[in-house]
Design a protein around this ligand. Structure first.
Ligand SMILES: [Zn+2]
Length: 320
């Protein structure tokens, strides 16, 4: 008993030493930041430094960051944070938004994610009709995304899911109609499929977007907006879905990792279910276009998306 008391005092002392001189929470330019060490303890994680990288890790999950940078990594996959990690008075801080929308879903899913049934998947092939989307030398986005959407739906149906496409032919569905259709169809998940384009023909790789949290700026824009959209009710789930799809895509296609990113895309804002937008590759990159044009690679992508959805489903299920 005496020893127990001694160890309890020792642990308390250690905790105080780690936090000595560091505030658990600081406000910087109106944003709340949390002390990374305190966050790691709250999440029951290990916290360590290796080279320039700081790690918060437990079990198979591992989150790493660098001071003054917002390009985080989750188990070797790039994840764009909402704000850079800050070094204040020799201590490291992470924005409360990143703690709540990245770290808590990863390490404390039971307390942070919304548990829901995963049965009905809405697949949204982008563009259509006069809106061709991006164009490469031989393929156009509207056609390619529809082909991959149909392949993905076939695989998911074989796995027991119900799949509904927002368009089944070459016609345009207005952007704002897509989430409304998904909501009316009582979807459990929404996956929008696109291909990327760039003036830089060397640009290549895969990106998965989820809705930017309120109070944060999107990955490709600096503007901070405080508006909370209906889709923000699923911030934690949106991130986990994006992460699982990005991870599965990289594993199966061996594509370049451009990361899980945040954007306030019209198709994601008004969803009444978790949703992501996937950029499956650059149609303007000759090598990627050649691959994207082949049925074998399209099938590989479709499988990767399906496996990503199943992995997300497992995560939701395992923390019931
Ligand atoms: Zn597109």
């Amino acid at each position: 008993m005496k020893y127990l008391k001694f160890f309890q005092t020792l642990l308390l002392l250690l905790a105080c030493v780690t936090l000595s001189g560091a505030k658990a929470t600081v406000i910087l330019k109106g944003k709340v930041y949390r002390h990374a060490g305190s966050v790691s303890r709250e999440l029951k994680c290990g916290y360590y430094v290796s080279g320039k990288n700081y790690y918060i890790a437990r079990g198979r999950e591992n989150f790493s960051f660098r001071p003054e940078r917002a390009d985080f990594r989750v188990s070797n996959i790039s994840v764009a944070g909402s704000f850079p990690a800050r070094q204040i008075g020799g201590h490291l801080y992470l924005s409360a938004i990143d703690v709540n929308t990245l770290l808590r879903p990863l390490f404390m899913p039971r307390q942070s994610i919304r548990r829901h049934a995963v049965r009905r998947i809405i697949i949204d092939p982008g563009h259509g009709g006069f809106d061709r989307g991006a164009a490469g030398k031989s393929i156009i986005e509207k056609k390619l995304v529809l082909q991959i959407a149909k392949r993905t739906a076939d695989i998911l149906k074989r796995c027991g899911y119900t799949c509904i496409l927002t368009r089944r032919g070459d016609y345009l569905v207005p952007l704002n109609q897509r989430p409304l259709f998904a909501n009316r169809s009582k979807g459990d998940l929404f996956i929008s499929l696109h291909c990327n384009a760039s003036k830089d023909t060397r640009a290549a790789g895969i990106e998965t977007y989820c809705l930017t949290p309120a109070g944060a700026s999107s990955t490709n824009h600096q503007k901070v907006s405080g508006t909370a959209f209906p889709g923000n009710a699923f911030n934690a789930n949106n991130f986990l879905l994006a992460y699982e799809i990005q991870r599965s895509m990289l594993l199966r296609t061996k594509g370049q990792d451009r990361g899980v990113r945040r954007s306030r895309f019209a198709v994601l804002r008004n969803l009444a279910m978790p949703g992501v937008l996937l950029e499956m590759g650059f149609i303007t990159n000759a090598a990627e276009e050649r691959k994207l044009a082949t049925p074998a690679y399209q099938e590989q992508i479709a499988r990767a998306i399906a496996v990503g959805i199943i992995s997300y489903h497992r995560r939701i299920y395992s923390c019931r």
